[in-house]
Write a protein that binds this ligand. Sequence first.
Ligand code: GDP
Ligand code: IMO
Ligand code: MG
Length: 430
Amino acid sequence: MPAVVIVGAQWGDEGKGKATDLLGDRIDYVVKFNGGNNAGHTVVIGDETYALHLLPSGILTPGVTPVIGNGVVVDLDVLAEELDGLEARGLDVSKLMVSSHAHVVTLYHRTLDKVTERFLGKRQIGTTGRGIGPTYADKINRVGIRIQDLFDEGILRQKVEGALEQKNHLLVKVYNRRAIEVDEVVTELLAHRERLAPMVADTSLELNKALDRGDTVLFEGGQATMLDVDHGTYPFVTSSNATSGGAATGAGVAPWRLTSIVGIIKAYTTRVGSGPFPTELDDASGDWLRDRGHEFGTTTGRPRRTGWFDAPIARYATRVNGITDYVLTKLDVLTGLEEIPVCVGYEVDGKKVDDVPWSQSDFHHATPIYESFPGWSENIEGAREFSDLPQAAQDYVTRLEDLMGQRVSVIGVGPSRDAVIVRHDLLPSS
Ligand code: GDP
Ligand code: IMO
Ligand code: MG
């Protein structure tokens, strides 16, 4: 039974939201398995543009059951706002299920995220400031608050007290901030309890039952391979597993259930926040890509850093995720370039390497080795078959397939829902 994982293959914002939406009406469940409202997915449906953060993009398709898995960290204020926003636009959000095991982002997590970043100064990660790192840190440190704790007020208060005892020392003595009151946090959380109650579920049980019935489940990853806490450019990463393995742990399904792993990759590269980025362009070409691709963050509005396609990163993503199909997005953005440089390997200390170096210090000063491909000038937004693309665009895609070591099954040629070329169906028939 199809259980499809969608993962970002670069540093995020590859177009995962659009890819999920593309499969929308053929899936029964869509599960967000990692991250929180640090994600930002823009989905364009007809004249309507939706910006989603915490909710999985599948919520935009009627009939789909959206699920927030145990691997997600949930800011309840944001959840309420997003649900209100979608309801106001006429969407039915009543089917949403939220894992009882998911952790909750509170006021002190958001505060700590911001003050620690400020404290790091030049060494800052450039986080989204949404409290994501501190919430995952508490989870691993076994002092987190889970969704289910809201339904046992005594336990909730006890846990918040325990957490704040530590955190207030830090906030007051180290960061010179005001102490946060237990009541302030408890009241804020309990305010959401009534609305949340019907959504809370054992989502692992529900998803396994759905898979047993033969339903189709899509696992939607936030962030991306190079932002994964284990496999990304640590410490310039997010605090969860954004790679395909995270789908199993973050949703409570066995790895053998997963039938395909779809990697979403842009025809060039972007990154938000700090950290190494070998193909980054600090010149007019970089500005051109940012302008043409509208590369400004959906969550923070920050200009995204831009650069050429990086094949070693794609190969790395193919390997650590086990990618079975790629969706290559934003090919249309490259229209008009005479030549398109692609990074095929790196030079590190005078040596040529094909793979992402295991040493972060080496990766920091890896210089790209480029091959250039002929560009095209024809508008490709209307292309719906691979053969509709100009020969140069077809050759570019074929060359990327060779370099990535996996096929490109879908090509994005514009932001709208239908601006895609489907070469192979992403939903394997059962
Ligand atoms: P996500 O975080 O991976 O879901 O990606 P974002 O939504 O943050 O950023 C991707 C942006 O690219 C969105 O604004 C999409 O509407 C847009 N987009 C997606 N696919 C294409 C495409 O093929 N061409 C163009 N021009 N825009 C696209
Ligand atoms: P989507 O799902 C791009 C980046 C931040 C920062 C680092 C850590 O839209 O692809 P965090 O707030 O997670 O602790 O920040 O990760 N980051 C993203 N960059 N797209 C995202 O999500 C991101 N989520 C986090 O910019 O560098
Ligand atoms: Mg995004």
